[in-house]
Design a protein around this ligand. Structure first.
Ligand code: AIR
Length: 340
């Protein structure tokens, strides 16, 4: 049987990061393949492996590399399948690899996760596959509960026993909460199309420019979407209500120039893949780092700064797993760009 996920490492020295990914995939019981090929030292080997793997039916690629990490981008050149990139901290704290991976030109997105986050890459890959494989989706839900349970347990095991004269915790009674369940009023959420495939949440009005680049490409790919400008900090209830009402969406996209509140809020509320488009604000600051640098268990597939168009292509690639019409549409999009 052909595995669904292929992990490629830029070097044997990246193995500790691959181990984090394999630990998750073993736990989820999802078969994978693992190879080493360098985009710079062995470009032909990268092409050979990716072409064969795509033909054999691999659905998602994970590229793990450090330094000038062109491996995920090289993988994307040879496959219509989604590519997840993991920057490795070899020098400069991994910032060199992160920038090389996340800042891809249209129409070649890399779903970038945080530096050294092999675990989150594996979770994201499973989320992509889970869109058309209910069993895998259920495994993701179970895994998320385990991560949440650890938080509850650390309150009991680590905090409770602290005995200091001025610590007073017992006035908080935590009820038996169903983990991550939230109160919401889905009827009054302001969504226009609750059956859309994609839900787009824009953090504030200024970011609508970037969101429109995204919707323009989604239109061309014939992907249905619903979009709402809502900030989880300023209008927390509206944010919750909206996500709840879009519970049938396959993919959530957060577009934000304000910290990572939108994407971070989203991953807490859905087990579906979350794509993050970090935007620049009026001072020229961007929120790429706060979007991508998510803790284990809750990945955000981050694309380049202001690159709404690449978020749309990535959405198409994820939906295109097992949907050859979508792959054809993506091909046309790529041809058009080349022929401009
Ligand atoms: N690398 C390998 N070919 C191209 C790149 N960017 C990366 C590897 C590894 C780092 O360079 O992914 O993270 C150092 O590789 P090595 O083999 O010298 O230890």
């Amino acid at each position: 049987m052909t595995p669904k996920i292929m992990i490629i490492l830029g070097s044997g020295t990246d193995i500790s990061i691959a181990n984090k990914a394999m630990d998750i995939l073993d736990k989820l019981e999802i078969p994978y393949s693992l190879k080493i090929a360098s985009a710079h030292r062995t470009p032909n080997l990268v092409r050979e492996i990716v072409t064969q793997a795509t033909d054999a039916g691999i659905e998602v690629f994970i590229g793990i590399a450090g330094l000038a990490a062109h491996l995920p981008g090289s993988i994307a050149a040879y496959t219509p399948r989604p590519v997840i990139g993991v920057p490795v901290d070899v020098k400069t704290g991994g910032m060199d690899a992160l920038q090389s991976i996340v800042q891809m030109p249209y129409p070649s997105p890399i779903a970038t996760v945080g530096i050294d986050r092999g675990d989150n890459a594996a979770i994201l890959a499973a989320q992509f596959i889970g869109l058309h494989d209910e069993e895998v989706h259920q495994k993701i839900i179970k895994l998320r509960k385990e991560y949440a349970k650890k938080v509850i347990e650390s309150n009991e095991n680590l905090i409770q026993p602290i005995n200091r004269p001025f610590i007073k915790n017992d006035f908080i009674r935590i009820r038996d909460l169903e983990i991550n369940k939230f109160q919401a009023d889905a009827e009054n959420s302001g969504c226009k199309n609750k059956d859309a495939e994609v839900a787009i949440i824009v953090g504030r009005q200024n970011d609508v420019v970037t969101a429109k680049k995204l919707t323009k490409i989604l239109d061309r790919l014939k992907i249905t979407y619903d979009m709402k400008v809502v900030c989880p900090i300023r209008s927390n209830k509206k944010f919750h209500d909206y996500i709840k009402s879009m519970k049938n969406a396959k993919i959530f996209i957060g577009v934000s120039s304000n910290s990572s509140q939108v994407t971070g809020g989203l991953v807490g509320l859905t087990a579906r893949p979350v794509i993050g488009v970090p935007c620049t604000n009026e001072n020229g600051d961007d929120y790429m780092l706060t979007t991508v640098s998510m803790p284990p268990g809750v990945p955000v597939a981050t694309v380049g700064i202001n690159n709404g168009k690449n978020a749309a292509v990535l959405t198409g690639e994820i939906i295109g797993i097992g949907n050859s019409e979508m792959v054809d549409l993506l091909d046309k999009l790529k041809d058009k760009k080349i022929n401009l």
